[in-house]
Design a protein around this ligand. Structure first.
Ligand SMILES: [Zn+2]
Length: 66
């Protein structure tokens, strides 16, 4: 079974679906993800996304017209 993991296109952190959305630790670096989840690398696919922090910075930048 292939697991699709959203990865932030800016900071390269991945989203841990088992962590509630409001929790700041939801986006973790990939090595930390692997310590939380037992998955083999051949079963992983990444989808591109932006984490909450990068999305926020992006929105701020956009509001300045950069
Ligand atoms: Zn990010």
């Amino acid at each position: 079974m292939v697991r699709v993991i959203p990865m932030c296109g800016l900071c390269r952190r991945v989203r841990d679906e088992r962590v509630p959305a409001r929790d700041a630790t939801r986006w973790v670096d990939f090595p930390s993800y692997l310590t939380r989840h037992v998955v083999s690398l051949s079963q992983i696919q990444f989808s591109s996304d932006y984490c909450s922090e990068c999305r926020l910075s992006y929105d701020i930048l956009k509001s300045y017209g950069i």
